[in-house]
Write a protein that binds this ligand. Structure first.
Ligand code: MTE
Ligand code: MO
Length: 376
């Protein structure tokens, strides 16, 4: 059974599929702390969790302009400077459910909980690549850093993805080969013993159970880089899609969600106000500068209070949590609450799903809406 190495999981996770295991964090548990507890952090596996023998574990690094090297976990931990960064991971399919409500989508169902924030510790990809012979001035025409995982399908094809090389070698490139999450060794589900943390870049490129790094002129040729995590026009379907015509998703768009109250929850108001809480996040190191919340269909908006992890300029890798007290329209029982975020590039969210719907149901960042019922 390829699924004989699956770990125990926290019973509070909302399971979306068992084999492979996919589960999200309940919305109410996302917003308590800026750092998501490890055992409640969403899990997105495309394949069985691999068996890892630490004694045999070797990370192989090779490709354009490099000498091929192999490093054990201990080598990584002792030969390079340790770094810790705070970064949010989000699956490109987060909030897919609002897209499938509009029109059927093939893909794992996610509400808003395929996201989490953690403090990751490890070594920088930059330091390791430099040790293997790459530097900023190298005369190389390599453009991509490919990653492979130890997890594979029945034919032995492993999970793979790639990022652009400038994310790995520039000053300020914070991509980590991480072995700790919130101060604990990575768990089996989150990539033990080593995973990529490419902050500001979509979950899919943050390869878990990392086995190989390849510097190349080419992107990863994996299914997930070439024929999956991409977005298209709302009218493109599986019969007409030309996968090569769209770029692989790297930096996700600005998004936000209401985590409390829940959809269809009964709420009580206090002096006509409804307390609302949620998260907001933008890719590429963009910080969240504002979240607007409305309870009257967008006629009036309340600016939420933000709670954010302090970040260096253009390196805001973590989400912001927010809360607001929003005036409930008088004498109205059924209310829809809406939120939208704006990032520091003034990117903001579109009002409806229709214009951003796509056949894979990725990057849904339409205004998030929850329907509540006011009780006395
Ligand atoms: N890495 C490997 N090796 N195998 C995978 O299936 N899933 C990717 C990424 N890295 C995946 C992987 C996707 S799509 C996401 S969203 C994140 O891991 C999820 O990370 P998490 O399970 O630690 O939350
Ligand atoms: Mo994902």
């Amino acid at each position: 059974d390829p699924y004989s190495h699956e770990p125990q999981r926290h019973p509070a996770l909302i399971v979306r599929s068992q084999k492979p295991f996919n589960a999200e964090t309940p919305a109410a548990l996302l917003i308590g702390k800026l750092y998501t507890p490890n055992d409640l952090f969403y899990v997105r596996n495309h394949l069985p969790v691999p068996a890892v023998d630490l004694a045999a574990y070797a990370l192989r690094i090779e490709g354009e302009g490099l000498r091929t090297i192999e490093l054990s976990l201990k080598d990584l931990q002792t030969m390079f400077k340790r770094h810790t960064i705070s970064a949010t991971l989000q699956c490109a399919g987060n909030r897919r459910i609002d897209m499938s409500d509009l029109k059927d989508i093939k893909g794992t169902t996610w509400a808003a909980g395929a996201i989490g924030n953690a403090e990751w510790s490890g070594v920088t990809l930059k330091d390791v690549l430099e040790y293997a012979g790459l530097d900023e001035s190298s005369e190389t025409d390599a453009e991509h850093v490919q990653f492979e995982g130890l997890d594979s399908d029945m034919e032995g094809v492993c999970y793979g993805a790639s990022i652009l090389i400038e994310k790995a070698i520039n000053k300020g490139a914070d991509v980590l080969l991480a072995f700790e999450m919130n101060g604990r060794p990575l768990s089996k589900d989150h990539g033990y013993p080593v995973r990529v943390i490419a902050p500001g870049i979509v979950g899919a490129r943050n390869v878990k159970w990392l086995s190989r790094i390849i510097i190349s002129k080419e992107e990863s040729q994996s299914h997930w880089q070439q024929h999956d995590y991409k977005s298209f026009s709302p009218n493109t379907d599986y019969d007409t899609v030309d996968w090569d015509s769209a770029p692989a998703i790297q930096e996700p768009n600005v998004t936000s969600a209401i985590c409390s109250p829940n959809n269809h929850e009964a709420v009580t108001t206090s002096e006509g106000m409804i307390p609302v809480k949620g998260f907001a996040y933008s890719g590429g190191g963009h910080s969240i500068v504002r979240v607007d919340v409305s309870a009257d269909g967008g006629k009036t908006w309340t600016v939420a209070d933000l709670r954010s992890v302090p970040a260096k300029r253009s390196r805001a890798w973590s989400w912001s949590l927010w809360e607001a007290e929003v005036p409930a329209p008088a004498a109205q029982r059924d209310i829809e609450i809406i939120c939208k975020a704006t990032d520091n590039a003034y990117n903001t969210q579109p009002d409806s799903v229709a214009g951003v719907w796509n056949l894979r149901g990725v990057l849904n960042n339409a205004w998030h809406r929850v329907k509540v019922q006011v009780t006395d």
